[in-house]
Design a protein around this ligand. Sequence first.
Ligand SMILES: Nc1ncnc2c1ncn2[C@@H]1O[C@H](COP(=O)(O)OP(=O)(O)OP(=O)(O)O)[C@@H](O)[C@H]1O
Length: 579
Amino acid sequence: MTSVIPHYYAICIQLVATLDGTRAKVFQALTGLVVSSTLGALFTGCRGSLFWIAGSRANYNIRVKLHRSLLLQEAAFFDSNETGYLLSRLNSDVNKIGMVISYHVNVVCRQLAQFIFGSAYLIRISPKLSLWTFAGIGLVAWLSAIYGAFNRVLAQRVQDTFADATAVAETSFSMSETIRAFDGVAVESNKYETAQSKALDLEETQAWGYGTHKFVSDTLQGILQVLLLFACWSIGRTGGLPAAQLTTFMFYTNFVLESSNEVGDQWAKIQGAIGASTSVFDLIRRLALPSVDHSVKHLNGSELTPIINIHNMTLKYSAMDLPALDCIDLKIDEGDRVAIVGRSGSGKSSMLRAILRFYDPTFGSIQLERTLLTEMSRKDIASKVSIVSQEPSLFPMSLMENILYGIEKDAVDPKTGEQCYSDAYRERTSKSLELAGLPVQPGNDLNLSLDTRVGDGGRSLSGGQRQRVAIARALIRHPEVLLLDEPTAALDSQSERAVVEALLRAMERSKSMVMVTHRLGVVRSLNVNRVVVMEKGRIVETGHPEELLCKENGWFASLAREQGIVPAHKSTKAVEEYP
Ligand SMILES: Nc1ncnc2c1ncn2[C@@H]1O[C@H](COP(=O)(O)OP(=O)(O)OP(=O)(O)O)[C@@H](O)[C@H]1O
C-alpha cells in the first residue's frame, strides 16, 4: 500500500501544477491517496503487533532452551563460567535476538517490499534510467554489507564484555559481606569499571563505524539523486519522456533509495544482533562433556554385587595440573557405613562429587549397583543417591516443597486448579520430618507446619534445623546410598546430638552410607564400620576404625592423636580411649 502512495501523490502534484484536471479526476486521485494511506496504516499496525509477538515468542523459546541447556551442563562447566556471565547471556543477549525479530526484521521486510514494488514501477517507466538507479543502489548495498560484517564482529565482543562485567557485578553482590568486612569496595568497583570501560570503548568504535557508514552511504545516495535529476532533465528536454512520467520516476527513485538505505541500516543491525547471539546458540548446542574412559563395563556375575564399585578411578579437574583422585579402588557393600577421612585437600569431597556424578572420572569407572554411573541418567542417580551436606541450602519455598524437591506433584488443588502433592505425600513428609527431629504436628515448639516458608537459602531456620530438613529430604527417598558431607561440622554439641540421632534413623532407611568428615568423633557416633584414609588423592589406609586406632604408626591413629582423641603415650589402649 505504501508503494502505491507515490503514484497518487505524483498525480495530485501534476493536477495542482498544470491545473488541467476535472473535478472527477482530482476526486479519483484523492480517493486513491486516502484509501492507500488508510490501508497502509492498518497493515502497519498488524505487522507491528505480529512481529512484536514473534519477537517475544522467540525470546521465550530461546530463554527456556538456554536455561535448560545450562542446567544440563557438567559441574566443570560451572567452574569456568561464572553465574553473572551466564545470566547476562540469558537476559541481555536473548533480548537482542527478540529485538531483531520484533523490530529489525520487521522493518527490513517492509522496506524490501517497498523496494520491490518501487523498482517494478521504475522499470515500467524507464528501464534504462532504472538500470542506473540500481547500479548506484548496488554500490551502497555493498558498502552496507561490509559495514554489517564489521558490526557483527564488534557486537559479539561487546556482548562478551558485558557478560564479563555482569559476572563481576554478580560476584560483588553475592560476596557483599566479605567485601565490606575486608574493605574491598574500591577494588570491586574498579574491577567493574574496567570491565565496563572495555565495553564502552567497543561501543564507541561501533558508534564511529555507524557514523562513517552513514556519511558515506548518504553522500553516495545524494550524488545518485543529483545524477538522476540531471538525467531526467536531459531526457525531458529532448522529449524522451513526458514530464508527468519523469516526476513520478523521481518520486519512486526517492522512495526506492529510502527503502534500500533503510534495508542497509537494518541489515547492519541484524548482523550485529547475530554476532551478539552467537554465544547464546553455542551454549544451547553445547552438550555436557562425555566421560573419557570406561575400563570396566560389568562385574563378574559370580561376585557379590557391591552397591558402589569404584575401579581404578582417576579424577582431574581441568583447572588443576595434578589429579584430585588417583587410581582409586573402593567397593561399598550393602550395610556398609564408610567414613572417608584425611587432611584438607586430600580429595575427600572429590570422592563424593564423583559418586554424585558431578564430575566424570578421567580414567577408570564408578558403578552403582552394577551400572556405570556414566550410563545412568541424572534422575536414576538422584533416586538412588541422597546427600546431606555441611550447610544445606534450601529453596525459598515451603518445608514440604523443599523435602519433596524433584518429586513430581501428584494431585490438583480443587480451589486453585494448580498441581500439588496428595495427602499421602503430606503424611510421608510429616513423618520424615518427625524422624529427622523436626516435628511439624500442631502445637510443636517451633510452630512449624509443612507449609511454612523457609526464606532465601532457608535463612528463617537455624543451621541445625536446616540440616534436619536435609535429612528428612534424604529419609523420604530411602536411598541406596546416603552421602554425608561433614554433617555435623557446623553445629554446636546440642544440635550435633539431635542431628546424629536423625542421621542414625536416616541410615536405617538406606542400604549404605558414605561420609566425609574431619571430626573423627562422629565416626563412632554413627557406627561407622569402615574408615578410608586419603592422602594426596590416594587411599592410604582402610579398615575398621577400632582396628586402625590400634596401629600405632597408622594414618588414622595419627589423625586421631592430632585431634586429641587418642593420647600418643596411650596408643596401645587406643580402643578404650576412642570416644
Ligand atoms: N572444582 C574444582 N576445580 C579445580 N580444583 C578443585 C576443585 N575442587 C577441588 N579441587 C582441588 O582438588 C583437590 C582435592 O579437593 P577436595 O575438595 O576433594 O579436598 P578435601 O579433602 O575435601 O578438602 P577439605 O577437607 O579441605 O574440604 C584440592 O587440591 C583442590 O584444590
